[in-house]
Write a protein that binds this ligand. Sequence first.
Ligand SMILES: [Mg+2]
Length: 249
Amino acid sequence: MDPFQLQTQTFKSNGFRWMDADAYLFDIDGTLLVTRDPVHRNALHLAMREVYGVDTTIDGVAYHGRTDLGILRAALDRVGVSHDAFETGLPAALEIVCRDVSAHANRIVANVCSAIPDVLERLKTAGKLLGVASGNLESVGWQKVEAAGLRRFFSFGCFSDHDERRADIFRKGVVEVQRRLGEDARTCFIGDTPEDIKAARLAHAQVIAVCTGIFKTDELTSYEPDACVASCAELLGTDFECKGQTLSS
Ligand SMILES: [Mg+2]
């Protein structure tokens, strides 16, 4: 398939053309990569133990699509840490998370999701601006992306260091795209959770949902993304049928 055809591919049922945006902002966990190590999780546990004095875990917290701040808040609220105590300890806790992940960065095992390098290469070659929009803390997120060998593709990233709500992170991403490319620049997010879809809508951007995390097509399409694909391989036309996306234009 030649490049022109690729750029004009259309998701037939709603007219969404995935190559029409000017900038593409990718979620990390479940979208670019899946980690197979306890580094991030252990760092969160260490922070909760050292700062708040509670020996607890994030097990059972619905952390997919949540920011690191949101995960910590939920895990600590569950064991009775008050709002005020949480806020007071937060700067120290975040510092510990970042420091501990950095100390064990060589143990991060990041499996790249299907076709991600090819999609990033295709977008880069087409002159698109590429960024990361993630609920990770900045240093944690970049270390995962680095471990996956994908750092060279991205010009910037938006993270949860100062924003607990994903929608605020995504809004900052759109603002950064407009700062770099102009007010009319169009942003498309790519993410694997309902939270990504909702945050992209609140940021008035397009969004492609991918089923490479824990959520499946039926669940993600119910939040009405512009397209929903099993993996980014479908964007390259290798298995192009777009399953079950909404009919809205
Ligand atoms: Mg994710």
